[in-house]
Ligand binder design. Structure first.
Ligand SMILES: *Cc1c(COP(=O)(O)O)cnc(C)c1O
Length: 445
């Protein structure tokens, strides 16, 4: 076996060593390809049909969206804006059609004057906003990680890369939203150019209108990072940031919106079009994966037809799950406010070994969740936080309703409290999954 210098390697070196062994010991690269395909199949069987996938950032895309992701157009290059005059390459007449449909569908779903389809990730959408609306050295306010703030809006993400000075948005640990009184005080001192709202741990709406009125005193703006809530916003189940004072919204197309993993950005003010679009092309996007754009357009069309019902059921299921877990003695955040207004339910599992241990234990029973920082944790506790985050997007798309949330809560509670052995819970998970195999809220129903 050839030796590899592992100094500076960030990945688990034992996992990499196993991969190297396969590559070195395979008589032909073709055998290596088979190993890749086999791992994909094992994942499809296990995660795709045997697990209760409760990861909040995941959603099962419809069969058409998946099909389009593998389409021929994904091998084509189409740098530039829509229309042959503004493309770098010839041969884009059909690609223009696809991309124009995508842009116009996104505008319609989010009732926005402008939308862009070229963000291969929502992270890049956030970098776009910071590039377009701030200068290095500017002051901004964003939410800290224990309250759900995302790295993209902190020092270790695009906001930090842009050289911005970040002050925390004051949050209320009980109400789990912005502490408006404190915000007014701090913001009037800092006078941030931009305030970023939206979070990865997200249960309740933000006082956006009030905050917008405050920052407008010095010409500040609000940016809504709707990565998680994007579908809920489009489906009318959450607040409507663009109409409550946010000047721009980004979001992940593959979270509640249930499209291909990537990003979208929408805004209304024509003055923002040049700075935002210049930041996207030619700065942060070039070959922007037209197969993904086609899949995103198909997902947006599906969303127009089914989004409202789908998103309403996601939120209803999350509330039912929160209640059912609370009734089984598990600490659920926001219990005095109906647990949640989103797809998420957040558990405090510090008494059961913390988020990492509990998530690993549940995964042994084929219940997939994630460890999460919660208010009271320090940002440095990232590896071993007190919380567990659960999302209802996937189980809802498989047709589960409030009564199944009772069953899921029971399985989770038995796993968290170690009342049953993983094998016992796993058998029940398989039974439940086997009765829900068809995707809903799409035309392949
Ligand atoms: C997931 C997330 C992002 C990043 O989105 P990607 O689509 O994964 O790039 C940004 N902001 C928040 C709040 C998120 O939760």
């Amino acid at each position: 076996m050839s030796t590899v210098d592992l100094k500076g390697e960030v990945h688990d070196t034992s996992v990499l060593a196993r991969a190297r062994e396969i590559i070195e010991n395979s008589p032909s690269p073709r055998i290596v390809q088979e190993e890749i395909v086999n791992a994909v199949s094992r994942n499809a069987i296990w995660r795709g049909s045997e697990c209760l996938n409760l990861l909040a950032p995941e959603a099962p895309a419809s069969p058409l969206v998946r099909q389009l992701l593998a389409s021929e157009v994904g091998t084509r290059a189409a740098e530039g804006h829509i229309g042959s005059r503004q493309r770098w390459f010839a041969g884009t007449k059909y690609i223009d059609e696809i991309e124009a449909l995508c842009v116009e569908l996104l505008k319609k779903v989010f009732q926005a004057n402008f939308a862009d389809h070229r963000l291969v990730a929502s992270m890049i959408g956030n970098m776009t906003v910071y590039s377009a609306l701030t200068q290095p050295g500017d002051k901004i306010m964003t939410i800290s990680q224990p309250f759900g703030g995302h790295s993209s809006n902190r020092m270790d993400g695009p906001a930090g890369v842009r050289g911005l000075h970040i002050t925390d948005v004051p949050m209320d640990p009980i109400e789990l939203t912005v502490d408006l009184e404190d915000f007014a005080k701090v913001a009037r001192q800092v006078r941030p150019k931009l305030v970023t709202l939206g979070a990865s741990l997200t249960l309740f709406p933000f006082p956006l209108k009030e905050m917008s009125a405050i920052v407008s005193e010095w010409g500040g703006k609000i940016f809504f990072d709707g990565a998680h809530q994007l579908g809920l916003i489009g489906g009318g189940q959450f607040q409507d940031p663009l109409r409550e004072g946010a000047c721009v919204m980004t979001g992940s197309a593959g979270k509640t919106f249930s499209g291909p993993q990537s990003g979208i950005i929408v805004w209304n003010d024509p003055e923002l079009s040049v700075p935002i679009t210049d930041a996207i092309f030619p700065t942060l996007a070039a070959t922007h994966q037209v197969n993904r754009v086609a899949a995103l357009a198909a997902a947006a069309a599906e969303f127009l037809a089914f989004g409202k019902d789908y998103m309403a059921q996601i939120a209803a299921n999350a509330q039912a799950l929160g209640k059912a877990l609370h009734e089984r003695g598990i600490r659920v955040l926001g219990d005095h406010k109906g647990y949640t207004r989103t797809h998420q339910v957040i558990l405090d599992v510090r008494n059961y070994g913390g988020g990492y241990k509990v998530a690993e234990r549940l995964a042994e029973s084929n219940i997939i969740t994630n460890k999460n920082l919660i208010p009271g944790d320090n940002a440095e506790d990232w590896d071993y936080p007190s919380g567990l985050r659960i999302g209802t997007t996937e189980v809802t798309r498989y047709g589960m309703k409030e009564s199944e949330m009772e069953i899921i809560a029971d399985l989770i509670a038995r796993g968290v409290t170690e009342k049953d052995k993983p094998a016992v819970i796993k058998a029940k998970v398989l039974e439940l999954r086997n009765s829900f195999t068809k995707l809903h809220y799409c035309y392949q129903d």
